[in-house]
Write a protein that binds this ligand. Sequence first.
Ligand code: PGA
Length: 249
Amino acid sequence: MFIVANWKAYVETAQRAKKLFVVSKRLASRYAGQHEILLAPPSPFLGMLAYANHSKVLFCVQDVSVDASGAHTGEVTAGAAHSAGASYAIVGHSERRAAGDTNEIVAQKMQHSIGQGLIPILCVGEHERNEDAQYLSFVREEILSALTLLSHKDRAKVILAYEPIWAIGKTASEAITSSDLTEMILYLRKVLSDVLSGNASKRTCILYGGSVEPDNARMLAEGTGIDGFLIGHAATQPESFQALVKVLS
Ligand code: PGA
């Protein structure tokens, strides 16, 4: 499975970052061949840990700038993240969308990421589940618009993370049910099949994120059709991250 640890802004000291990295390295070599462990630390720690990384852990930047380079104080470009050791980029996370990323901005970030050799992890997900299933067309639009600037070849590289906003940052009891997740994954593959060539949509790696904890990870993994998880709070403590990887193994 793909296990992506999104540290968000939870990890604030180099000491904590190093400790989580040590634990992750151990997990990545212990479960090599079974899991890919990806860490998405805050940018300063990404540079610190990824630059000299010789372990099986892979690195992911939490966001990339909409600008490719130039006079943009405070921005982290896809090129800089790649050069610092990242090989993946989270793009369109709901917390970045809430801070102003429109579908158009997300599409440009997707293009920059791919252009600089980063594999984008495209986050999509509805605010709420409305009765008339409008949320399905909302998610469809997020996917279609994010892929518009990419060639068919590049679209096939994208990882999709379904993260319903109503389920983010809560506890296992408030996460999605496995039957709703199964349905959603089928729907996402159908949407992808409309915009990817040939059989590529069958091979797209699809992750789930939103209140994944050691208590519900296995239930969400089994039979739902997902290829992995994007994990927030539960991945920022060594004990719960280890427990999570263990229940998925
Ligand atoms: P959570 O965050 O696991 O804390 O719900 C997931 C995410 O936002 O990526």
